[in-house]
Design a protein around this ligand. Structure first.
Ligand code: SF4
Length: 440
């Protein structure tokens, strides 16, 4: 049996790493941990999001034989650094997987990497470690170069419940805003919608797979964690599924604070269900508003309207559901667009707002000219392409002014009192006066 190290790198090495604000449980590694441990392997998780030791000191005396690392696009430099350090030290088997591997596996074809798993068939890892090379979604290195097997979707019901030892070893960590120690749980892979900017619908070979609702509830019930983060890309998708979920948690008297993603169009057309969910503990709903103009929503292929977004605000307010409205700042934005967005947020008194910079994703975007080859900038906090009308410097100026206004509003509203507003605001002001390439 092998000594196996599972690695998730840090989200960022800049100031904005969201530590102490949003910390995501490493659910995929926990699935893998369960699968490999059940086969008798000795498995250790290194989650740099919560681990203070450096990677090299962590692995110094542990004699690992296998490395499995996952990453998103903006973590690529970090996971490659760790994979190389592991190979240099132990010369063991190096496997990479995760979201980035599902979209851009060729970028991970490196000398010090042996295998790439670009699918959710984690149950194949024990045989892959033993030498099997015909598994779906596997790329492997040969003397003649890399070979990739066919990519196939996975039925989420074929995965076991995760081994949450790592989550429970850090009771003060893994949070969503003020909801501490929020347990991640997933009921589906991929998303049935096809929003143009989004890679989530490309996961699992673009096939939506949903878990048996009673199995999902069994897992929630099996531990007494107060905060439950339903991390499906769109949990509020299927009316019947949601009704069964609510009926069953009511019947079993399961009381939790739930966080989930949902779409405004579903929320508008299912007000009664949203009321029921609120009564049963829905705390945060995260909704991609994306923009305040229908023309841009159409351009994004969002299949939703500004009118729905506004009705969604009313419904969430009516039932005391905390709405996290997420917007995308377009590359075509002029100064006016930034101030219009702020005016909209103020007019509708949106308390929780997240803004991302439009980022054409590597691997799915065609005919894009990037202005950076630094993958850490693909974190939705940096421009990776030239804006259409403004200079990079001017676009950033409006961006940071918007952030400062949003943080001042949040401070007035008292919604994020667990963060140091002053620290963020000072840093945004510094960024306004920085040269283009050195934004933190
Ligand atoms: S609905 Fe959400 S998760 Fe699905 S494709 Fe659109 S943005 Fe992505």
């Amino acid at each position: 049996m092998a000594r196996i190290l599972l690695v998730r790198p840090e989200e960022s090495r800049s100031k904005y790493d969201f530590q102490g604000v949003i910390e995501n449980e490493c659910l995929d590694l926990e699935w893998i941990c369960k699968i490999l441990s059940d086969q008798g392997h000795e498995v250790t998780i290194f989650d740099k999001q919560v681990e203070s030791a450096s990677f090299t000191s962590f692995i110094a005396d542990k004699q690992f034989e296998v490395f499995y690392g996952e990453s998103r696009c903006f973590q690529e430099p970090f996971i490659l650094e760790y994979a190389k350090a592991f190979k240099d030290k132990y010369n063991g088997l190096v496997i990479l997987g995760g979201i980035h591997a599902q979209i851009c596996r060729q970028r991970l074809f490196q000398d010090y990497v042996d295998l790439i798993l670009s699918g959710y068939n984690y149950y194949d890892l024990p045989s892959i470690i033993e030498g099997r090379r015909d598994a779906d979604n596997l790329s492997y290195k040969t003397a003649a170069g890399w070979i990739s097997n066919s990519t196939e979707a996975v039925d989420i019901n074929d995965l076991p419940w995760p081994d949450r030892s790592c989550f429970y070893a850090h009771p003060e960590r893994y949070q969503y805003l003020e909801l501490k120690h929020a347990m991640w749980i997933r009921s589906s892979f991929s998303c049935p919608y096809r929003c143009r900017f989004c890679i989530r619908n490309r996961m699992n070979n673009s096939l939506y797979s949903r878990r048996n609702v009673y199995d999902l509830i069994d897992e929630i019930e099996s531990n007494d964690n107060e905060n439950v983060y339903l991390v499906d890309d769109d949990f509020l998708f299927d009316e019947k599924y949601l009704q069964n979920f609510l009926d069953e948690i009511r019947k079993r008297k399961i009381r939790r604070k739930y966080i989930c993603y949902g779409r405004a169009d579903f929320i508008c057309s299912h007000e009664k269900l949203m009321k029921e969910f609120a009564d049963l503990g829905l705390y945060y709903v995260l909704v991609g508003f994306e923009d305040i103009r229908n023309s841009r929503l159409n351009d994004y292929n969002k299949v939703n309207t500004v009118e729905n977004n506004e009705k969604c605000i009313e419904i969430c307010n009516r039932y005391g559901i905390r709405l996290m409205a997420m917007f995308i700042l377009g590359l075509d934005y002029m100064g006016r667009d930034f101030s219009d967005l702020y005016a909209y947020i103020k007019k509708h008194d949106l308390k929780h707002v997240a803004v991302s910079i439009y980022t054409p994703e590597l691997g799915i975007s065609k005919d894009v000219e990037y202005i950076t080859d630094d993958l850490t900038h693909f974190d939705y906090l940096h421009l990776v392409c030239k804006p259409d009308h403004l200079s990079v410097r001017s676009w950033y100026f409006h961006y940071y002014v918007l952030l400062i206004k949003l943080f001042l509003k949040a401070r007035r509203d008292g919604v994020y009192d667990f963060i140091d507003y002053g620290d963020y605001i000072r840093s945004f002001i510094r960024n306004i006066f920085m040269k283009e390439k050195t934004h933190e």
